[in-house]
Design a binder for this molecule. Structure first.
Ligand code: GRF
Length: 188
């Protein structure tokens, strides 16, 4: 039976778009909706271009969780992919979807994770530490930020000249390359 996967995104949505474009034709998985806590996030535009319905819910709905669970149940959603989603996943969602929520983090966890470590903050910290490598971590979500079981990691090498923007670019290449395949495997 086809698994119905919801994508949560707060920002640009390049991962959301890439996932849908790469997996839409595949059997066994579909993406009936994108949810965002930001009314004007660019992900809504991308969703429209892809003819995927996108929905804005206020932060309070995500924090309480129940309105989101109700919505997802009505949509018969089987699992959730967080693709640049900045809010913590609340208890009702974790209970409704145990081991069925996965996230991508733009660094090699357990380094550069936790509260405040998102977007550019991550790449700036990696740069400041003079790391020779960075990468991506795809992991299950639990009640603590960035601490769920790791499903997959991939790494890229960095040079001392790499700016945070360049690090972000290298990491994004990995995200776009691997995230769709891992989603297909996890929700197969
Ligand atoms: C990605 O780097 C992802 O790892 C992180 O947020 C970013 C989202 O980018 N969690 P986009 O909105 O998919 O372009």
């Amino acid at each position: 039976m086809t698994k119905r996967i919801a994508i949560f995104a707060s920002g640009s949505g390049s991962n959301a778009q890439n996932i849908i474009e790469k997996l839409n034709q595949s059997t066994g998985i579909s993406f009936p909706c994108i949810l965002s806590d930001k009314k004007d996030a660019f992900v809504h535009q991308r969703a429209q271009n892809l003819s995927v319905p996108s929905f804005y819910f206020p932060k309070t709905d995500f924090i309480s969780g129940t309105p989101i669970v109700d919505f997802l149940r009505k949509q018969q959603i089987d699992g959730i992919v967080l693709a640049g989603f900045l809010l913590k996943v609340s208890e009702p969602l974790l209970q409704a979807y145990p081991n069925k929520i996965i996230n991508i983090h733009p660094a090699l966890l357990p380094k550069y994770g936790g509260k405040g470590m998102y977007g550019h903050h991550v790449h700036e910290a990696v740069k400041a530490a003079g790391e020779p490598i960075s990468g991506i971590t795809i992991h299950y979500i639990n009640e603590r930020y960035d601490e769920g079981d790791i499903i997959f990691q991939a790494q890229c090498s960095l040079t001392p000249d790499d700016t945070p923007d360049e690090i972000a670019r290298k990491v994004q290449i990995l995200e776009h390359k691997h995230f769709p395949d891992i989603i297909a495997q996890v929700f197969a």
